[in-house]
Ligand binder design. Sequence first.
Ligand code: TYD
Length: 221
Amino acid sequence: MQGLFITFEGGEGAGKSTQIARLSEYLRAHGEDVLVTREPGGTPGAEAARHVILSGAAESLGPAMEAILFAAARNDHVEQVIRPALQSGRTVLCDRYIDSSRVYQGVTGNLDPQLMHAIERTAINGLMPDLTIILDLPAEIGLQRANVRRGTDVADRFEKETVDLHAKRREAYLGIAKEEPKRCKVVAADRPIDAISAEIAAYVDEVRALRKTTPAAEVVK
Ligand code: TYD
């Protein structure tokens, strides 16, 4: 049976890595074969693009070209790693995916929605997540957490942007969740870790139960 594709989204410091680790433990304990991956990255080519983008080396090319770089990395990741894993029945947990591009490049990069749509379509070739967990947190708290986590390392290309921009991204994520309530679940991230992981596990169980009754013919095109 086709594996489940679950993506995690949210601003800086929302706790995605912690919750992905929790969920993968939970699913493995239930006998699932889980693949944890991330974007940008997940293949050698996409990791190279990650370095180019996050170092800020591509910033001068402008948001449209950055969006294209993210999309190129995503397409490699989808075709080399994610789709084959799903086809072999594995559950894939991915740290960031299309919604990061919609929010960071599309909304806060002020890119033309039609261009963004075309780039997204080309990058994923039909591979939409079965479930997207949006970890929601006020921008100030997320940035504070990200600063503490980073310690003395320098901020990356996106971390060093202003609180206002991060607040705008939060609104954009909530907007996507409103438009796609079936796929996207908003989980309040300023709560104890256990409460957050229990809520996420409940959403995942719902999707797993649904999948057992209606096998996904359409998931991997
Ligand atoms: P990362 O170190 O993985 O940060 P985080 O822990 O916040 O996920 O850095 C990824 C950065 O790249 C993050 O700031 C969001 C940004 N990004 C985009 O702008 N567009 C995208 O499509 C993706 C996948 C990430």
